[in-house]
Design a protein around this ligand. Structure first.
Ligand code: ZN
Length: 296
């Protein structure tokens, strides 16, 4: 199943959103989910894992069967089986996911701490959440992403080879763009032909640890600047990573730095520029960076 109701956040979300909330400690219990329709209990598989440890990505799994009259009940038996096959199913209609460049100000954790003077019964809050979700289109409603990691997972799930690849879009700053256009492999393109806007540049990269303890990710493929072949790189300040609460990322970088081969696949939301013989990609924050092993 693609969507579940989070009892902790009192919202309906897909598993990628749940993963993002878990990473930021806004969701703590992987089992605190249920079917938005019938309330069947749902757990989130791989919620506590690093992406490189997952074989099938993060996804929901039913703990108990749907109620017989639940619409998901029929849908799951007619399909390839609960959970399976959904990820690779090509989407027939246009669907636009939303990439938020900033996280919401008030975190749900703060919201929870605030006492509710007239606490509504749990069923009421869920009813409201379901109504809002249905109004936005239910299972066809857009997913909200606050880091590129969710987008990257989605990108690899989408069937981009289908005959309608441009129907899968990301909206950022109210501007829809096809996934295929938004993800730009670093692959010998002339720098001046790249988009004038930030994109997700990605590819195999070397991870180097510098003498000062910081890291550098250097793409294995080059871009061209006036005919010169230059491998673009991203500077990763260890202190900034720590401050952004992504110590798991530091650990990964450290592991990859031991290898002198480009084993990691790096994703950076940025715009490459030339400076004194180098092509750099600056990072606004670490929600705009992802690294993982991608099978080819
Ligand atoms: Zn159900």
């Amino acid at each position: 199943m693609e969507f579940a109701y989070s009892l902790e956040l009192e919202e309906i979300m897909d598993a990628e959103e749940a993963y993002d909330h878990y990473q930021h400690q806004r969701i703590r219990d992987k089992t605190a989910f249920e079917c938005p329709n019938c309330g069947a209990r749902v757990t989130t598989v791989n919620l506590g894992k690093l992406r490189q440890e997952m074989k099938r990505g993060v996804h929901y799994r039913l703990v108990e069967p749907h109620a017989p009259n639940c619409p998901y009940s029929a849908a799951s038996t007619a399909g390839a089986g609960e959970g399976k096959g959904e990820a690779s199913r090509p989407f027939k209609s246009e669907r636009v996911d939303v990439f938020h460049l900033e996280r919401p100000q008030a975190t749900p954790t703060q919201r929870k701490v605030k006492p509710k003077p007239e606490a509504e019964p749990a069923e009421k809050t869920k009813e409201k959440a379901v109504a809002v979700w249905r109004a936005k289109g239910g299972t066809e409603s857009p997913r909200n992403y606050y880091s590129i990691s969710g987008l990257v997972s989605r990108y690899f799930q989408l069937d981009l080879a289908s005959d309608e690849p441009d129907l899968q879009k990301i909206k950022l700053a109210n501007w829809p763009i096809a996934y295929r256009e938004f993800f730009c492999p670093v692959n010998e393109q002339p720098l001046d032909r790249l988009s004038g806007y930030p994109r997700i540049y990605w590819g195999k990269a070397f991870i180097n640890q510098l003498a000062n303890g910081d890291y550098q990710a250097r793409f294995a493929q080059h871009l061209l600047y006036r005919g010169e072949e230059i491998k673009p790189s991203v500077y990763l300040r260890a202190e900034k990573i720590e401050q952004s609460g992504k110590s798991h990322l530091l650990k990964k970088l450290k592991d990859y730095a031991k290898s002198h081969r480009p084993e990691a696949t790096v994703f950076v939301y940025s715009k490459p520029y030339y400076n004194k013989g180098y092509i750099n990609l600056n990072l606004a924050n670490f929600d705009f960076f992802d690294l993982r092993e991608v099978e080819e």
